[in-house]
Design a protein around this ligand. Structure first.
Ligand SMILES: NC(=O)c1ccc[n+]([C@@H]2O[C@H](COP(=O)([O-])OP(=O)(O)OC[C@H]3O[C@@H](n4cnc5c(N)ncnc54)[C@H](OP(=O)(O)O)[C@@H]3O)[C@@H](O)[C@H]2O)c1
Length: 281
C-alpha cells in the first residue's frame, strides 16, 4: 500500500501504538507529522523513523495535549506550516491511577483522552477539508464497554475510579466519532474509531509505582504494539475503507460498539458540553 503524497498527523507518536503507526505510515511513503509532549522524545522519534524508513519527510510538533492553550498553539502552528492534511490519528491518551486535573482545571482523563481529540479535530478540520479525501481515526478502547456518561458527575469529582474514568473517556471517543460522522455528512472526510486491543505499551505506567511494576508484568498476555497498531494503520491507509465512515473497528473489521455508545441524544449532549468546556461555543 502506498501512501505517497498523503500527509498524516499522529498524536502520541513517541511511544506505543502511535509510534508504530507513524513508522508504518512513513514506511508506506507518507509525509508524517508526529505530535507529543516532550521535545527530546519527539526529536529522537523523528530520527528513528527517518533512519528506519529512509523517508526524510518526518516532522514534529511538541504539545501537551491536556492543555487547551497548547492544543490551540499546536493547531495554529500546523496550519501555518501545512495547508492540507489527509489523515489525522487522534491517539495520545493516558490512564491515571488517581484523580488529577489538567491546567484548565478539568479531570485529566477526560481532558486528555476526550477533549483533546474533540478540540484538535475541530481546529484542524479547515485543513482536512483541503484534502480530496481525508480520514480521521480516533483510538478508542474495548474499555468503553459497560460504561455510561454521567452528566451529573462528568469529571468524576465523586467516586473517582481509574478504570471507570478511562472507560468513560473511551466511550466519549465513540460518541464523538459517531456525532462527527453525522455532522460531516456530504463532506469528503471520514471518521472511524478503533479498539487496538490490550497492548504492551507504556500506558498506565506514569506517576505510579504500581503502574511501573504491574504494567510490564501484564505484557505476557498483551498484544505487541505492532499487532495493536494494525487496525489503526489499516484505517489510516487501506483502500478497503476509502469513503467508509462512522464505524468502530477491531482486527480490521467493523464491529458493533456497546449499545449505549449509539445513543444519539447522549452524543449531542456530550458534544454541546465539550464545546462549552473547550470554548468552541
Ligand atoms: N495499550 C493498550 O492496551 C490500549 C488499549 C486500547 C486503547 N489504547 C489507546 O491507545 C492510545 C495510545 O496509547 P498507548 O497504549 O500506545 O500508550 P503509550 O505507550 O503510553 O503512548 C501514549 C503516547 O501519548 C503521548 N502522551 C501522553 N500524554 C500526553 C500529553 N499530555 N500530551 C501529548 N502527548 C501525550 C505519550 O508521550 P510520551 O512518549 O512522552 O509518554 C505517548 O507518545 C491511547 O488513546 C489509549 O487509550 C491503548
Amino acid at each position: 500500500m502506498s501512501m505517497q503524497g498523503k500527509r498524516c498527523l499522529i498524536t502520541g507518536a513517541t511511544s506505543g501504538l502511535g509510534e508504530v503507526t507513524a513508522l508504518a505510515l512513513a514506511q508506506m511513503g507518507a509525509e508524517v507529522i508526529i505530535v507529543s509532549r516532550r521535545e527530546e522524545k519527539c526529536r529522537r522519534t523523528v530520527e528513528i523513523i527517518r533512519d528506519q524508513t529512509g523517508n526524510p519527510a518526518v516532522d514534529y510538533f511538541r504539545a501537551n495535549l491536556s492543555s487547551q492553550n497548547e492544543i490551540r498553539d499546536l493547531a495554529g502552528a500546523v496550519k501555518k506550516k501545512y495547508a492540507r492534511l489527509d489523515v489525522l490519528v487522534n491517539n495520545a491518551g493516558g490512564f491515571f491511577w488517581g484523580r488529577r486535573e489538567s491546567v484548565d482545571g478539568i479531570e485529566m482523563t477526560f481532558a486528555l483522552n476526550h477533549l483533546n481529540y474533540f478540540l484538535l479535530t475541530h481546529l484542524l478540520l479547515e485543513i482536512l477539508e483541503k484534502s480530496s479525501s481525508a480520514r480521521i481515526v480516533n483510538v478508542s478502547s474495548g474499555g468503553h464497554n459497560n460504561q455510561e456518561i454521567d452528566f451529573g458527575n462528568l469529571q468524576l469529582e465523586q467516586n473517582y475510579i481509574h478504570f471507570t474514568a478511562y472507560g468513560k473517556s473511551k466511550l466519549a471517543n465513540l460518541y464523538f466519532t459517531y456525532e462527527l460522522d453525522r455532522r460531516l455528512y456530504g463532506k469528503p472526510i471520514t471518521v472511524n474509531a478503533v479498539n487496538p486491543g490490550y497492548t504492551a505499551s507504556n500506558i498506565a505506567r506514569e506517576g505510579n509505582l504500581f503502574g511501573w511494576i504491574f504494567m510490564p508484568l501484564t505484557r505476557i498476555i498483551a498484544n505487541s504494539t505492532e499487532k495493536g497498531a494494525e487496525t489503526i494503520i489499516y484505517l489510516a491507509s487501506s483502500e478497503e475503507v476509502e469513503g467508509i465512515s462512522g464505524n468502530y473497528y477491531q482486527d480490521k473489521k467493523a464491529i458493533p460498539s456497546s449499545p449505549t455508545s449509539y445513543e444519539v441524544e447522549t452524543a449531542k449532549q456530550l458534544w454541546y458540553i465539550s464545546e462549552q468546556l473547550t470554548g468552541l461555543n
